[in-house]
Design a protein around this ligand. Structure first.
Ligand SMILES: N[C@@H](CCC(=O)N[C@@H](CS)C(=O)NCC(=O)O)C(=O)O
Length: 201
């Protein structure tokens, strides 16, 4: 299978880390949705990353859909529980991390892609506040990984979102505001599956 998109995207990175954790082999096609539009369009005309192309040519878009597909192929090493209250708890936890990442991405689009003369400060303040709120909610739930504890999708997505915010909005994390998230992130970024997917590539 081929994973299309850059690891600087938190959505692409969480899929790539999950592929490593679950023992899949895949080819990474590091195309940017902004700088490699024509090449990207050949895989996905919607220009959304991540895109996963299966060996039979089936194309999956949206990290949550891709991760659901991956979990279903390897029921013994699912990263999100299949049923019941633990599934909804995990999905809610993951959603907090996804919205946090999504608002940080939106802030990048507003500040980096949009020319200064058409930027709108109230929208930027809103996105920043949403990132801070998301991190606050994730901080309440953050637990250190126990030795040998298997990674879950909630932990992967939380750590990826935190790392993404640290690179695009570093001032949000100043003064050790989220110490439990910082510790969990440091633990995760040292694991082989995270080291295999460096966030800049
Ligand atoms: N909900 C999607 C979000 C994916 C997303 O927005 N990816 C960004 C890259 S970080 C993208 O494709 N941006 C291009 C665009 O939205 O046009 C997911 O989880 O996969």
């Amino acid at each position: 299978m081929k994973l299309i998109g850059l690891y600087d995207s938190p959505f692409v990175r969480r899929v790539a880390i999950s592929l490593h954790v679950q023992g899949y082999t895949y080819q990474h096609v590091p195309l940017s949705v902004f700088r490699n539009i024509e090449a990207f369009r050949l895989y996905n005309p919607l220009l959304k990353a991540p895109t996963l192309v299966l060996s039979d040519g089936t194309t999956l878009t949206d990290s949550s859909v891709i991760l659901d597909y991956l979990d279903e192929q390897v029921p013994e090493s699912r990263l999100i529980p299949a049923h019941g209250p633990s599934r909804w708890a995990a999905l809610q936890h993951i959603t907090l991390a996804l919205v946090t990442a999504e608002k940080a991405v939106a802030q990048v689009y507003e500040t980096v892609l949009r020319p200064p003369e058409v930027q709108f400060a109230p929208l930027q303040l809103r996105f920043r506040a949403q990132v801070e709120t998301g991190l606050g909610l994730l901080e309440e739930r953050a637990m250190p990984l126990a030795p040998q504890e298997p990674l879950s999708q909630a932990v992967i997505t939380t750590a990826v979102a935190y790392r993404f915010v640290s690179s695009v909005l570093p001032d949000v994390l100043e003064n050790g505001r989220y110490p439990r998230l910082a510790a969990l992130s440091a633990q995760c970024e040292d694991l082989p599956a995270f080291l295999a997917v460096p966030p800049g590539d």
